[in-house]
Design a protein around this ligand. Structure first.
Ligand SMILES: NC(=O)c1ccc[n+]([C@@H]2O[C@H](COP(=O)([O-])OP(=O)(O)OC[C@H]3O[C@@H](n4cnc5c(N)ncnc54)[C@H](O)[C@@H]3O)[C@@H](O)[C@H]2O)c1
Ligand SMILES: O=C(O)[C@H](O)COP(=O)(O)O
Length: 387
């Protein structure tokens, strides 16, 4: 029976996909597979029995990817499953940055007991006037699942849209409207746009990318939206840019002690993916990834191991090996089977960066000795037999 541990609540429609060969356990250390949303995993002890982690969502900066890869733990995420939820909140963010909805709402609430409120509002409303987004320039940095949707809807809302993503995938590029201006240098986004929205992952290379150098190039009164991660923005530089009026509004889904409460910052409590639909989509995708991996050894949507589709297990046994992407591994694996007289009827081997994954269908059950001899090969990180 495979043991599943959830570090965050995962939507029921996903959890219901586990049949009675799975058991949901409270003990993280006992789990064969873990489901997680944003729970921080960097300081957790990873047990030797842990095979896989599925992030029901996009961002994986809460998971120690390299440490997992070194232990042969396959980490999945759910690309695109919450992109529409975030896109819709970004539209709200564009409007929050343009019309003083918060100021107006708060004023009405504070004056709710005023019997003459219906008249007073007509005098008061000038304090909460704003501007329209139609005709303004929107810069989208990162054109993946979310960025492409935001860029497309921006155009449909009448904005002139500039898109920047030097690593855009072919699929994402196909999803992008031809009306989005392809920008090759991010500086052109900084110089030209009235609204700038960031949709890149939190990486060493993207950390603090919105900083004083970037602000120096931007138009006065620019509006910045960050529905990706707080560390993409240098908070000290942002506070200075807000104080000087360089940045008119900063709308972010990631409040922290520095930025929450600063004037002209509108923060939401990480609500991008918190819709029924996104939570369901992520849960279903994450659970399906885990089930296919546990039952067939297949890998789809991993962020630290290559994709590998060996189909359904139908042979006597399937041996799945997580290993380093170094020379001479396959020869040693097939040699180990050959030395025991075991026939390999099918095999798939894939690599991604420093890591590789090989699956062998064999015509008889794998004995302990064979598994031991494969496990002892230099560069092998984890061996698992499905039989
Ligand atoms: N607020 C929320 O609740 C919420 C929800 C989902 C995702 N997110 C965040 O948004 C990020 C993006 O999500 P996604 O689903 O669009 O991911 P994605 O992987 O589909 O897209 C990310 C894109 O960023 C691009 N990119 C990487 N480095 C870049 C750089 N330096 N400059 C420009 N582009 C760069 C990639 O090429 C890719 O196309 C996630 O990593 C996550 O941190 C937040
Ligand atoms: O990266 C993501 O998918 C989002 O930040 C959503 O995080 P959550 O699942 O904790 O809401």
């Amino acid at each position: 029976m495979a043991k599943i541990n959830c570090l965050n609540p995962i939507a029921a429609c996903g959890m219901d996909l586990f049949n009675d060969t799975y058991e949901v356990v409270d003990d993280f250390a006992a789990a064969d597979a873990v489901l997680v949303r944003s729970a921080a995993m960097h300081d957790l002890e990873l047990s030797d029995n842990l095979l896989a982690i599925a992030r029901a969502g996009a961002g994986v900066n809460n998971i120690p990817l390299d440490k997992c890869a070194e232990k042969g733990i396959v980490v999945f995420n759910t690309p695109g499953a919450n992109a529409n939820g975030v896109k819709e909140l970004v539209i709200a963010g564009l409007l929050l940055a343009s019309r003083d909805l918060m100021g107006g709402y708060n004023w009405v609430k504070e004056n709710a007991s005023d019997e003459n409120i219906a008249k007073t509002v007509e005098k008061q409303k000038k304090h909460y006037a704003g501007c329209e987004i139609m005709g303004k320039k929107l810069g989208v940095i990162g054109l993946g699942a979310i960025g492409a949707k935001v860029a497309n809807i921006g155009f449909r809302l009448g904005m002139e849209v500039y898109g920047y993503d030097p690593y855009v995938s072919v699929d994402a590029a196909w999803r992008l409207s031809s009306h989005v201006k392809h920008i090759k240098n991010v500086e052109d986004i900084y110089k030209e746009c009235d609204y700038i929205t960031v949709h890149v992952p939190a990486l060493d290379s993207t950390k603090g990318m919105i900083n004083k150098d970037a602000f120096a190039m931007m138009k006065d009164g620019v509006k910045i939206l960050n529905f990706a991660r707080d560390i993409l923005v240098n908070d000290d530089d942002m506070i200075e840019a807000l104080a000087s009026g360089k940045v008119a509004k900063y709308v972010t889904d990631f409040p922290n002690a520095k930025i929450a409460g600063v004037d002209n910052v509108i923060t939401l409590p990480h609500l991008g993916a918190s819709t029924e639909e996104s939570e369901d989509n992520c849960a279903v995708m994450a659970v399906k990834e885990i089930v296919d991996f546990i039952e067939n050894g297949n890998i789809k949507n991993s962020v630290n191991y290559p994709a590998c589709d060996a189909g359904k297990c139908s042979e006597a046994a399937r041996v799945c090996v997580c290993h380093k992407n170094i020379p001479n591994m396959i020869t040693q694996f097939t040699g180990a089977f050959a030395s025991k007289g075991i026939n390999v009827s099918d095999m798939v081997s894939k690599s991604k960066g420093d890591y590789a994954y090989s699956v062998f269908d064999i015509s008889e059950k794998a004995d302990e000795d064979t598994v031991k001899s494969i496990s002892s090969i230099d560069g092998v990180l984890k061996v698992r037999v499905i039989q």
